[in-house]
Design a protein around this ligand. Structure first.
Ligand code: NAD
Length: 327
């Protein structure tokens, strides 16, 4: 299939590009490189440096490439920043997604997979989180993603768009061959932060809150390996239905606590890794993990890489080989 991956130089997008190339799809990556890295894009895919606000440019590219489907990963994704600068998030995550949808319409591209997030659920009353729980995001970031889910549903009905909006839990790890990995600046995800401490790039790791109602007092989250996640995108793409939206949680279905993550990083790296216990952060619920059953039932897909040490080991191999990230 001829597929355009927007945000294709980012963490998840670059893994999607690699997977699609390996499965012999014809891939163009689009990225404005605000947070992406040229070096992360597989050599067999073309990179177009373009902003998805540029409807005319994107439409021309879609047409030139004979695009049959789009994977849209481009967004800003720092929850804290979205609280202090909400307009940045609504402009890029919502406004620029609409510009991208305009381009799809102009070029008559009807298939889309869009990155949504478990942040659309906010602070759910029950776990595991099923897709039918109320969506009450507590940050502009989560709200921006929920708004796009709603916009896509309306477009599906009005324009016969076929889309999926997988809701990711915490995406982690790196390509198993060690060629690409995670390089966010600044880094806000726990596994890279702990591994940076293992590399001596941080003096310690902060543990935010040690009195949560969880077995060891620290927050529990669901970590899905990035390769599993992008494979699920391909499964979704193959199962899109005209005029409909598919909503699925992408998680493993079990959670690990902050202390369990740190212990796993100590085991995998063999480094002691200092920690500092500090106050809870506002808006951090005790435990968030997916009910992964809906996609298993409907598409016969489940995450395969579920062992925490295996996930951490893949990330560690990337960080050890690339301590300064992409250059
Ligand atoms: N990483 C996670 O754990 C996680 C969890 C839930 C959802 N998500 C979502 O997955 C997607 C990818 O996340 P990521 O971690 O790979 O982020 P990332 O920042 O590494 O990748 C996003 C890419 O999009 C590009 N981009 C941003 N705005 C753009 C624009 N207007 N035009 C063109 N390119 C643009 C950036 O340069 C970057 O390369 C995001 O939509 C994010 O909200 C990620």
């Amino acid at each position: 299939m001829k597929i355009v991956v927007i945000g294709g130089a980012g963490y998840i997008g670059s893994h999607a590009v690699k997977l699609l190339v390996e499965r012999r799809h014809d891939v163009v990556a689009v990225d404005n490189l605000t947070n992406g890295h040229r070096g992360s894009v597989n050599a067999k895919a073309r990179l177009e440096v373009l902003d998805c606000a540029n409807t005319a440019g994107l439409a021309a590219l879609f047409k030139l490439h004979g695009t049959q489907a789009v994977m849209h990963f481009a967004a800003n994704a720092y929850v804290g920043e979205s609280v202090s600068d909400p307009r940045k998030y609504y402009r890029n995550n919502v406004g620029n997604t609409i510009s991208m949808l305009d381009a799809m319409r102009l070029a008559d591209v009807k298939r889309l997979v869009f990155s949504s997030t478990c942040a659309t659920y906010g602070e759910p009353k029950t776990v595991p989180i099923t897709e039918d729980l109320p969506q009450n995001p507590i940050s502009p970031y989560g709200m921006s993603k929920l708004m796009v889910e709603k916009i896509l549903l309306d477009c599906a009905h009005a324009e016969n768009l076929a889309f999926a909006a997988p809701r990711y839990f915490n995406v982690a790890g790196a390509a198993m061959d060690g060629t690409i990995g995670e390089d966010h600046r600044p880094e806000s995800h726990i596994i890279p932060i702990v591994l940076q401490a293992a590399l001596g790039q941080r003096s310690h790791v902060d543990i935010y809150g040690n009195d949560y109602p969880t077995p060891d007092g620290t927050c529990i989250r669901d970590y899905i390996h990035v390769w599993d996640l992008v494979e699920a995108h391909l499964v979704l793409l193959e199962n899109l239905q005209a005029g409909k939206g598919l909503f699925y949680n992408l998680g493993v279905g079990r959670g690990y606590s902050v202390r369990e993550i740190i212990e796993s990083c100590r085991r995998v790296t063999g480094k002691p890794i200092a920690t500092r216990e500090t106050a809870r952060r506002p808006g951090d619920p005790p435990a968030l993990f997916a009910a992964p059953d809906k996609i298993a039932r409907d598409m016969n897909w489940r995450a395969k890489i579920t062992d925490l040490d295996t996930i951490v080991d893949s990330a560690w191999r990337w960080f050890k080989a690339n301590p300064a990230g992409y250059r």
